[in-house]
Design a protein around this ligand. Structure first.
Ligand SMILES: Cc1ncc(C[n+]2csc(CCOP(=O)(O)OP(=O)(O)O)c2C)c(N)n1
Ligand SMILES: [Mg+2]
Length: 552
């Protein structure tokens, strides 16, 4: 007779789960035993946060929920940041947590936290499994809820007595294909009318444009309409390169060079925009009209209130929209004359050999060693703005960054997940010295899994981004610097390789050698952040005027 844990594992296998990330506790031992007898691989991490970031990234990259597992109380609570990361970032994920027995209570309150309640605001669904009979249906429902638009995390708590209980061999619920409805004809007609009337149209690609199912249809829409596009940070790469229509990435909310196009547009077709991202532009009473195209309706915000919505499966809906406007657009490329100016400002000084290295040069050099389908996974820090703004992308989901929860500590685990999924592609984690140390213990996991991974650490011995904000806001420089371990020795102590870059011209060859050598290789480079103020504050203030000022 099977046990509850056997049913759980069979239900996971029924969903096509190949691996579970986590740190088990004694309450999970029945599940661990059932996993031992299954095809599902248990991948231990060195902190539950790493497991959650990896599972969420699996969901982000495949569209299918990634799975992580922890014990009760302390282990489960270590998943909270990962749950929020998946919730805000719309990444499908299943968290399975243990719990003390619910039918008997032989340990009183020891380690017991109301995990199900704690995760209610951090998940799409948070449930305790109370009987073995419900396991197949609950698991099927959990996967359905996690994966359907808008995707996100689900928590299932399996108490240890339910896990160990003898059960009937209940049948699994088979999966079936589900098609997402396509946008209504009336909304497509309305949107087409607005596009045909526009004098200076612009497309914006947002976070949901990066869903694995979205990307093919979007490329078709852009190439058929020839309307220039820009993207949000999480929409990077969704339209393949070579279109000559890319106008930039909105890493700031206003007054960056790309906003010269945004401010002049009279219509923005916002594809897959999710207002969870730091705003890519700010709608006001005078600005452009906006058509929202996505899986779900637009959230109405003070700074985002589209006048038209095309809601449905993004790819097929855009195909129908392109059918209505293709060949009838006379002003599609009106804003293209701004393109060259915007892109040349962005690439300004990207070959400068100042030491320590400038962010522009680092971004440039990283791009040189990463092939078009190579993946960089960014942690959170000042460099994220520079990479979002300056790093050109040609393939969807080749820049994994978190512009939703914007948590530190996810860069390394998300890169590890990409490396597991795409062993044939180059994968690099880009981390600050602050963010790297928040989950650096996962270097051991990466070494144990024999991953090929380069970890680039940008060293300024500070929480640089906050230090920058402190300076911009006119506060004295205080309280944001720290010391670092010797990163090369640190890498070596894990059985990884380590290199320190000591002059500009060494970065590219060091990274090349690291990729060629294979395995886990940590590369440290000092970064000079004085460019933050010079470019992102002083230069932009002087060069990019809001439209009203220009009109005066
Ligand atoms: C978990 C978490 N804690 C704090 C913050 C606030 N925060 C954002 S960026 C940053 C500094 C990042 O420092 P580092 O990783 O060294 O990158 P740098 O900006 O120095 O390049 C901090 C503290 C955050 N986003 N996430
Ligand atoms: Mg730093």
């Amino acid at each position: 007779m099977p046990k509850g844990s056997d049913l759980l594992v069979a239900a996971l296998a029924n969903e096509g789960v190949e691996r579970i990330f986590g740190v088990p506790g004694e309450e999970n031992l029945d599940v661990v035993e059932s996993l031992r007898n299954s095809e599902i691989e248990l991948i231990l991490t060195r902190h539950e946060q790493g497991a959650a970031f990896m599972a969420a990234t699996y969901g982000r990259l495949t569209g299918k929920p990634g799975v992580c597992m922890t014990t009760l109380g302390p282990g489960a609570l270590n998943l909270t940041t990962g749950a929020a990361y998946a919730l805000l970032g719309a990444m499908p994920m299943i968290m399975i947590t243990g719990q003390k027995a619910i039918m008997k209570s032989r340990q009183a309150g020891f380690q017991i936290v109301d995990v199900v309640s704690a995760f209610k605001p951090l998940t799409k669904m948070s449930r305790q499994i109370v009987s073995t009979a419900t396991i197949p249906t609950l698991v099927r429902d959990a996967f359905r809820i996690a994966a359907e638009e808008r995707p996100g995390p689900v928590l299932l708590e399996l108490p240890e007595d339910v896990a160990g209980e003898q059960a009937e061999p209940f049948a699994m619920v088979p999966q079936h294909p589900i098609e997402i409805p396509v946008a209504h004809r009336a909304s497509l007609d309305r949107a087409a009318k607005m596009i045909l009337a526009a004098k200076r149209p612009l497309i914006m690609l947002g976070a949901a444009a990066s869903r694995p199912r979205s990307t093919s249809g979007i490329g078709g829409f852009v190439s058929r309409t020839r309307i220039p596009f820009f993207n949000t940070q999480m929409g990077k790469g969704t339209v393949p390169g070579g279109t000559n229509l890319y106008m930039g990435t909105a890493a700031l909310s206003e007054r960056d060079y790309v906003h010269e196009a945004v401010d002049r547009a009279d219509l923005i077709i916002a594809i897959g925009h999710d207002t969870i991202e730091k705003p890519p532009f700010i709608m006001g009473p005078k600005g452009p009209q906006v058509i929202h195209v996505s899986y779900t309706p637009a959230n109405v915000e003070q700074i985002y209130f589209p006048q038209c919505e095309v809601v449905g499966d993004v790819g097929p809906s855009l195909e129908l929209l392109a059918d209505r406007v293709e060949g009838r657009l006379h002003d599609a490329g009106a804003l293209l004359s701004l393109r060259e100016g915007i892109l040349s400002h962005i690439s300004d000084r990207n070959k400068e050999d100042r030491w320590p290295m400038t962010p522009q040069r680092i971004v440039h050099d990283v791009r040189e060693v990463i092939p078009e389908d190579g993946i960089i996974a960014l942690d959170n820090g000042m460099y994220k703005i520079w990479f979002a703004r300056n790093y050109r992308t040609y393939v969807a989901n080749t820049v994994l960054l978190d512009n939703a929860l914007a948590t530190m500590g996810a860069g390394l685990p998300s890169a590890m997940m990409a490396s597991i999924l795409y062993p044939e592609r180059r994968v690099m984690a880009v981390c600050g010295d602050g963010g790297f140390m928040m989950n650096s213990q996962e270097v051991e996991t990466a070494v144990r899994l024999k991953l090929n991974l380069v970890i680039l650490i940008l060293e300024d011995s500070a929480y640089g981004m906050i230090r920058w904000k402190q300076a911009v806001d006119g506060f004295p420089d205080f309280g944001l610097t720290f010391g670092n371990p010797d990163f090369v020795k640190y890498a070596e102590s894990y059985g990884a390789k380590g290199s320190r870059v000591t002059k500009c011209d060494d970065l590219i060859p060091t990274l090349e050698a690291a990729f060629k050598g294979g395995g886990v290789h940590l590369v440290v480079v000092p970064i000079d952040y004085s460019e933050n103020k010079r470019v992102l504050v002083d230069e932009l203030r002087a060069e990019v005027k809001p439209l009203e000022t220009l009109a005066e």
